[in-house]
Design a protein around this ligand. Structure first.
Ligand code: L14
Length: 339
């Protein structure tokens, strides 16, 4: 079997750590694994298949001889280094928002638009979509194919791990401080996140929406390949560590019943339906964390409109929302003989 030289850029972050773990877990055909991060992390080691690999500094010449670059550093770092890596012949799969909306860069969720992957040849870069968008489109696609979605109204309940390890620490420290009657510290979020929720993810735009909300609007259309789909999003941060939840309302062209939705979704790759209200069974972040699938439940008809469905969708934002989707893209490149 052919093996590949793989580099993980941003290896010491929450997503980078998960990428290394998933490469091992899925037995990805790695010849050599290079772990790259900023100079601050040099000297750290990360274990891969029983060996401690040293973290090296991400530099311009880091990608010589590398076949696949899995990127999850900050957006500005990707902006600079992804084209450098691509120019040295490495295929970059980038997790940041830097290139997602560039028309000649594919934005891929394997369950939804695997055909788009061929466009990696344009610039040697493939973008991994935003975490909230990924779990939503995995569920929307089969419904769109069946009943054509006209409009989506979504509210998210997003875990702090999306912001990185520093935000997980901030939530934990605030909980401890509150229980110990101490002052809380706020470094990552503008307000207390413990026992609170913030209707604010990423920065605010002129139109009053946040960047995170507009990612859900624009990326959904690009991935689904249909600019007619209207999306209205509210993105909210909640004090959960792993797993984003979403309340999704869709309006379709064709009538679709709750039972039809369950049948369409059950058994589709990457989807698990958990929908048994009689037994209090529905998706929750504590069960989705550490799993690969997107979980869907609370499926019901929207009685306020002619053709509408409401549902509740939960997935691990660091896995399907980031690291896993990235590695699935790399697996697809191999499977299709593109690298
Ligand atoms: O990939 O949760 O666009 O703070 C940016 C903000 C991912 C999550 C992206 C967060 C994100 C994130």
């Amino acid at each position: 079997m052919k093996t590949y030289n793989v580099a993980v850029a941003g290896a010491t972050g929450a997503v980078g750590n998960e990428m290394v773990a998933i490469l091992e877990e899925r037995n990805f055909p790695v010849k050599n694994l290079k772990l790259l991060a900023s100079s601050r992390s040099v000297g750290k080691t990360i274990s891969f298949k029983g060996t401690d690999i040293k973290v090296e500094e991400l530099k311009e010449d880091s990608f010589k001889g590398v076949d696949i670059g899995l990127f999850s550093p900050g957006g500005a770092v990707s902006m600079k280094f992804a084209p450098i890596a691509a120019a040295s012949g490495c295929v970059v799969i980038d997790n940041t928002s830097a290139f997602r909306m560039e028309p000649d860069i594919p934005l891929v969720v394997p369950e939804v638009n695997e055909h788009a992957i061929a466009g990696y040849k344009n610039r040697g870069i493939i973008s991994n979509p935003n975490c909230s968008t990924i779990q939503m489109v995995v569920v929307l696609k089969p419904l769109h194919d069946f009943a054509k979605i006209k409009r989506v109204v979504v509210s998210t309940y997003q875990a702090v791990s999306g912001t990185g390890k520093k935000a997980i620490y901030e939530l934990e420290q605030q909980v401890l401080a509150i229980y110990n009657n101490k002052e809380i510290e706020k470094k990552v979020y503008p307000h207390q996140i413990a026992f609170n929720c913030l209707p604010h993810i990423d920065s605010f735009l002129e139109n009053g929406y946040t960047k995170e909300e507009m990612k859900m609007v624009n990326e959904t259309r690009k991935i689904m390949g249909d600019n007619s789909i209207k999306v209205s999003a509210t993105a909210v941060r909640i004090p959960v560590i792993y797993g984003h939840s979403e309340s999704i309302n869709i309006e379709t062209e064709k009538k679709i019943t709750a039972d039809e939705v369950r049948k369409l979704l059950q058994g589709k790759p990457g989807i698990t339906v958990v929908d048994n209200p009689a037994k209090n069974e529905y998706p929750m972040p504590i069960y989705a964390a550490g799993k690969d699938d997107v979980f869907v439940g609370r499926i019901r008809e929207d009685e306020s409109i002619e053709n509408g469905i409401n549902m509740w969708v939960v997935s691990d934002n660091i896995r399907k929302g980031a690291a896993l989707n990235t590695i699935q893209i790399a697996e697809l490149l191999i499977e299709k003989g593109l690298i």
